[in-house]
Design a protein around this ligand. Structure first.
Ligand SMILES: Cc1ncc(COP(=O)(O)O)c(C=O)c1O
Length: 279
C-alpha cells in the first residue's frame, strides 16, 4: 500500500515517524475521513471546513487544504483503486523534544494520508444493524475531530464484542451520537437528531440528511433524545461517511419495529442514495 507522508508517496512500511511526534505521545492531532462517489470526493468543502475548524481549535498551523484533494486522487491512482474509496487524513502537531504538555508554535506538523476501497455495506444498509447503549465518556470538545478517541474506541470495542455494529452514547440521559456515527430517531414521521454543540461532531452525512429533509418537506427537529423515552420513538438510524444511512433494528435487547428497518428510514435512504448516485 502506498501512503502519503509529508509531501512524499511511500510504501506504508517505509514511513518513519519519531516517537516524539506529539500524536504518538499525546494524541495531539486532528483527522478527517472522506469517501468518493463516482470517484469524486463527497462534500469535500464540508470536510475541509471541519478539518480547518479542528486544527484551528487545537492551534495546529496548517493551510495547504487545496492540496488534499490532489493527494487523495494520487493515492487512489498509485494504489490502482478503480472502485469507490475512503480517505483518511491526519495532521499531527509534529515532533517536540523533550516531552512537555505545552508546545511552542514553530513545530512542523506531520501530514499523513491513505486511501482504501470502500467495504461492501449493502447488508447493513438494507437489513439494519444492532447497537448497544453506552455512557459517553468522551471529553467536552467532541466538535473537534481529534485523534484522541480512546473513549470511542472503548465503546466501539464493547459493541464489537457483543456482536453489535455501533455503540450509541448518552450523557446525562441524553443521546449524543454513535462512537463514529450520528444518531437519528423518528416519531410520527418527524426526524429527531441531537442539536449541534460541543457534545457531538458536526457530521457531514447528518448535514446532508437534514438538507434532503428540507428539500423534500420532511419535518425534522434538532432536539435531544432522552434514553428513558427511546421506546416512544418508531424508528432509528445512524449516519456516517462510510455508514451512509443505516437503519437500527435492535437497541440492546429491544427489537425496534420488530427488527425491521422503518418506513421513514427507507425514504431517507432512497433520497440519500439518489443524491450520492448523482453526485
Ligand atoms: C463521533 C462521530 N460522530 C459522527 C460521525 C459521522 O460524521 P460524518 O457523517 O461526517 O462521517 C463520525 C465520523 O467519523 C464520528 O466519528
Amino acid at each position: 500500500m502506498i501512503v502519503y507522508f509529508n509531501s512524499k508517496f511511500l510504501h506504508k512500511d517505509d514511513v518513519k515517524i519519531s516517537p516524539f511526534d506529539r500524536a504518538f505521545l499525546f494524541a495531539d492531532g486532528a483527522y478527517e475521513a472522506l469517501r468518493s462517489y463516482n470517484q469524486k470526493l463527497f462534500r469535500l468543502e464540508d470536510h475541509l471546513k471541519r478539518f480547518e475548524h479542528s486544527l484551528n481549535e487545537l492551534s495546529i498551523p496548517f493551510s495547504d487544504f487545496n492540496n488534499l484533494e490532489i493527494i487523495a486522487g494520487e493515492l487512489a491512482k498509485k494504489n490502482n483503486i478503480n472502485s469507490e474509496y475512503s480517505v483518511y487524513m491526519q495532521i499531527s502537531r509534529g515532533i517536540s523534544f523533550p516531552r512537555t504538555h505545552h508546545f511552542v508554535n514553530n513545530i512542523t506538523p506531520n501530514v499523513f494520508a491513505f486511501v482504501k476501497p470502500i467495504a461492501d455495506n449493502r447488508k447493513q444498509v438494507e437489513e439494519g444493524v444492532s447497537v448497544i447503549l453506552e455512557k459517553d465518556l468522551r471529553w467536552l470538545r467532541c466538535d473537534i475531530k481529534s485523534t484522541s478517541v480512546l473513549p470511542a474506541v472503548m465503546a466501539s470495542q464493547k459493541a464489537f464484542l457483543s456482536g453489535a455494529f455501533e455503540a450509541v452514547l448518552y450523557r446525562n440521559n441524553l443521546i449524543t451520537e454513535g462512537s463514529h456515527t450520528s444518531f437519528f430517531a423518528v416519531k410520527n414521521n418527524i426526524l429527531y437528531t441531537t442539536p449541534l454543540s460541543n457534545y457531538i461532531l458536526n457530521g457531514i452525512t447528518r448535514k446532508v440528511v437534514l438538507e434532503l429533509c428540507k428539500e423534500n418537506q420532511i419535518e425534522f427537529s434538532e432536539e435531544n433524545i432522552r434514553t428513558d423515552e427511546l421506546k416512544s420513538y418508531d424508528e432509528f438510524f445512524i449516519t456516517g461517511t462510510t455508514t451512509e444511512v443505516t437503519p437500527i433494528i435492535k437497541i440492546d435487547d429491544w427489537f425496534v419495529n420488530n427488527g425491521k428497518p422503518g418506513k421513514v428510514t427507507k425514504d431517507i435512504q432512497r433520497l440519500f442514495n439518489f443524491y450520492t448516485k448523482n453526485y
